[in-house]
Design a protein around this ligand. Structure first.
Ligand SMILES: Cc1cc2nc3c(=O)[nH]c(=O)nc-3n(C[C@H](O)[C@H](O)[C@H](O)COP(=O)(O)OP(=O)(O)OC[C@H]3O[C@@H](n4cnc5c(N)ncnc54)[C@H](O)[C@@H]3O)c2cc1C
Length: 469
């Protein structure tokens, strides 16, 4: 390290991307500090105990643990593969509509057979489509970046209900339906969650960030938590350090922001730091939807419900109407949801994407909406309400407060073709030595995606450091 700086690299946020980036940099011998505003690491990938029940706050399962998958690669390269065991739910997901039930099995052939059973006329095309998804690595990036996933579905299938099922999977996993999400992004989401999803770490979701933090410290990294970064300092268009509360200044050769991009650009970097092009781009960007999450503890006597698998309830096939309601409300009329029953039927988690609305809206409606959604869940879990011992919920307001993600966005920016891989809003910014990582980079989302980015951001920095020395 050059004696000029307190640190070689400072990372804002101990979300999964910040932690992974920190591990790679510290492993390479850099003096690294991660600053996290919460008292524990993980960001959206975290767990908590309340009312005697242990809940995963947001992330419920991980994907991409196949041999060359993003999370597996990071665990191997950081030499922590043997420290974290995973079980894989089988089926990982069950899609339930009024007229069918499709299981996503660990054995892809079994999954394909289920699709073919319900959509026999599309049997050959289903095989071809899944084979395409499996081989996505070989597909040229530029061919997919300007089209939507709907364009891709239209090339393969004619059955609108089948297309709606894929679109619904995307909506629930990324906050956008097929006709809005970029084809590249949709293909990555499908590949991650349909072909290689449903993994759960030993202990709870919190185990993953905890082990990354442990490894980061073993590599010599330092972590400050709970501690919120107030400002990023820039001199001559180069990031040079951060300021914490009480005006404590720490200088650093590189600054990496793993937190919300609007916060990074509009508040941490003071006015006038950004070039006009990025400022104008930011004003036009749209953020992904937020989530309403129910945490229910039960007496363990609920019936007729599969254990551990994620059940995705699609009430009808009109995805345009479904998305319009999801994006605009009214929230109580949103009629799809996902639900997972686990811990011997004692823990029930329900997710649905919702618009941010306002703080006042959630203050006034949270309690009522908990009961509204419990009653909707009784469509698939009979008499659920009579078994509940504990109930609470996280709203977009809760998610924003926990992570400072703008409007409680669940997946960073909307992953549309127009907002994909944008110059200045990707890992490399227009400010020298200021890098971004995580789901606000316009490049990836989900735990698998941000793990990939953490590793890739670290590689950019290590290459740059080499070229400077
Ligand atoms: C309800 C919900 C369910 C989800 N389910 C899944 C799932 O099952 N599987 C999956 O793969 N993905 C899921 N996702 C998406 C996934 O959680 C995210 O894409 C991923 O965790 C983002 O990681 P990140 O590191 O980019 O950012 P974050 O998790 O947002 O972490 C950013 C961190 O920065 C910290 N921070 C912010 N500002 C500051 C500051 N000024 N100073 C210091 N620290 C700061 C925050 O406290 C936070 O810890 C879900 C998301 C939501 C909301």
């Amino acid at each position: 390290m050059s004696n000029k700086y307190d640190y070689d690299a400072v990372i804002i946020g101990a979300g999964i991307s910040g932690l992974v980036c920190g591990c790679y940099l510290a492993k390479a011998g850099m003096k690294v500090l991660i600053v996290e505003k919460n008292a524990k690491p993980g960001g959206y990938c975290t767990s908590f105990t309340r009312g005697g029940f242990h809940f995963d706050a947001c992330v419920q399962s991980l994907s991409s643990l196949r041999d060359d998958g993003n999370i597996r690669t990071a665990l191997k390269e950081l030499e922590i593969e043997s420290r974290l065991g995973f079980k894989r739910y089988d089926p990982s997901d069950i899609i339930v509509t009024p007229d069918l039930k499709i299981h996503l099995w660990n054995d892809l052939d079994k999954t394909i057979q289920e699709f073919q059973h319900y959509f026999p006329k599309e049997a050959n095309r289903t095989n071809e489509f899944f084979s395409y998804l499996k081989n996505i690595e070989g597909i040229s990036f530029s061919a997919l970046r300007s089209i939507t996933f709907q364009d891709l579905l239209d090339k393969y299938f004619t059955d609108n209900n089948l297309k709606s099922i894929f679109s619904f999977l995307l909506l629930s996993n990324s906050g956008l339906p097929a006709n809005k999400i970029s084809a590249f992004a949709g293909a990555v989401v499908c590949k991650d969650f349909i072909l290689d999803g449903g993994y759960y770490p030993d202990g709870s979701i919190q185990s993953f960030p905890d082990i990354l933090m442990e490894r980061f410290i073993e590599y010599g990294g330092e972590i400050l938590l709970p501690c919120r970064v107030q400002r990023i300092s820039v001199e001559n268009n180069k990031a040079v350090g951060i300021t914490l509360k009480k005006e404590k200044y720490l200088s650093s050769e590189f600054v990496i922001s793993g937190c919300d991009a609007t916060q990074t650009f509009l508040s941490l970097l003071g006015p006038g730091s950004m070039d006009d092009e990025t400022t104008s781009l930011l004003s036009k960007m749209t953020t992904s939807l937020s989530s309403f999450i129910l945490y229910l503890g039960t007496d363990g006597r609920i019936t007729d419900v599969p254990l551990d698998s994620l059940v995705l309830f699609l009430p009808h096939y009109d995805i345009d109407a479904l998305y319009h309601l999801t994006a605009n409300g009214p929230v109580d009329q949103i009629d799809w949801f996902t639900v997972r029953v686990s811990s011997g039927k004692k823990r029930v988690l329900m997710h649905v994407n919702v618009p941010f609305q306002s703080d006042v809206y959630w203050n006034e409606n949270k309690k009522r909406l908990i009961d509204v959604f419990i009653s909707k869940m009784e469509t698939i879990i009979p008499e659920l309400s009579s078994h509940i011992l504990f109930k609470d919920a996280a709203t977009p307001k809760t998610l924003q407060k926990w992570t400072l993600n703008h409007r409680g966005a669940a997946f960073g920016w909307d992953w549309t073709p127009a907002q994909f891989a944008l110059k200045g809003l990707s890992q490399i910014t227009s400010i020298r030595n200021l890098y971004l990582t995580g789901h606000w980079t316009t490049l990836a989302q989900g735990v698998s995606g941000v793990t990939y980015l953490g590793r890739r951001t670290a590689k950019f920095i290590l290459n740059r450091k080499d070229s400077l020395s």
